[in-house]
Design a protein around this ligand. Structure first.
Ligand code: F6R
Length: 260
């Protein structure tokens, strides 16, 4: 796990996008895991900029989104289908048939979840998974006490997540109570993980995820078990890290480090 403490949201978004683009440059038909929420917006803007100005090509890319609200039609402006289309997919050249987003309106969730897991395998697994983190330490909709071995399934959202996400809806009662989400076990199988977080309201979750014990109470702490995780955070999100200075020291000393 490597933590990159950045001076601003713009810098962390740029660096995270660079990490994703690196995977695409070495593997043009990479499988990308996508996240929604406010945090990865800067990362997506930067990938779109690279596509427009630097010919970053998505024509062979396949995508799998982490999660979706249950009950929102794809046309609802708060559905993750709508979010991804508006903020990313309509701006790059990923073929529509290569885009996968969990369905929040299927008539058979169990069959859909099994199909989603199977489809990830058929596509060769996820090369790089983009992640945000909830203020309760969740990744995707894996709320506290989610099994660290969990697979794609339905989850009941925690009150804290409903409160956090109420800012996107007219009122808190409009926030769906259920989500369909990749599991922690699904996420841990991605070959590389890139997590972005900014702001003081993420500081506690980030400290627990990076430095706390591995626990289902903070599902992001399971990332400690993964061999290749890059975490891009701003100063505010890094403010409760005990080893914050060490992470900056590691980056400063990288140029002189022995080559692997
Ligand atoms: C959404 C997702 C969630 C968000 C998290 C943070 O696909 O995976 O875990 O990343 O709730 O959301 P923001 O970025 O809005 O604070």
């Amino acid at each position: 796990m490597e933590a990159f403490v950045c001076r601003s949201y713009e810098e962390l978004s740029r660096k995270a996008a660079f990490a994703v683009a690196n995977v695409l440059n070495t593997k043009p038909n990479a499988v990308l895991g996508m996240a929604t929420g406010s945090t990865p917006l800067g990362l997506y803007q930067e990938l779109v900029r690279m596509h427009e100005e630097e010919s970053l090509d998505f024509s062979q890319v396949t995508t799998f989104n982490l999660d979706e609200y249950v009950g929102l039609p794809v046309t609802h402006d708060q559905s993750y289908h709508y979010f991804m289309h508006e903020n990313f997919f309509k701006k790059v050249n990923i073929p529509n048939s290569n885009i996968h987003i969990p369905s929040g309106t299927t008539s058979n969730y169990q069959a859909f979840c099994q199909w989603y897991e199977q489809r990830i395998k058929e596509c060769g697994g996820i090369d790089v998974q983009i992640l945000g983190i909830g203020s309760d330490g969740h990744i995707a909709f894996n709320e506290p006490t989610s099994s660290l071995a969990s697979r794609t399934r339905l989850k009941t959202l925690a009150q804290q997540t409903i409160n956090d996400n109420a800012r996107f809806f007219d009122k808190a009662e409009d926030v769906p109570i259920y989500g369909i989400t990749m599991g922690v076990g699904t996420i841990l199988e991605a070959r590389k993980l890139v997590l972005v977080a900014n702001g003081e309201n993420k500081a506690d979750a980030i400290a627990k995820a990076i430095e706390g014990p591995v626990t289902s109470m903070i599902t992001a702490s399971a990332l400690q078990l993964h061999p290749d995780v890059d975490i891009f955070i701003d100063e505010a999100a890094a403010s409760r890290l005990q080893m914050r200075d060490y992470y900056t020291w590691i980056q400063a000393k990288k140029p002189g480090a022995p080559q692997l």
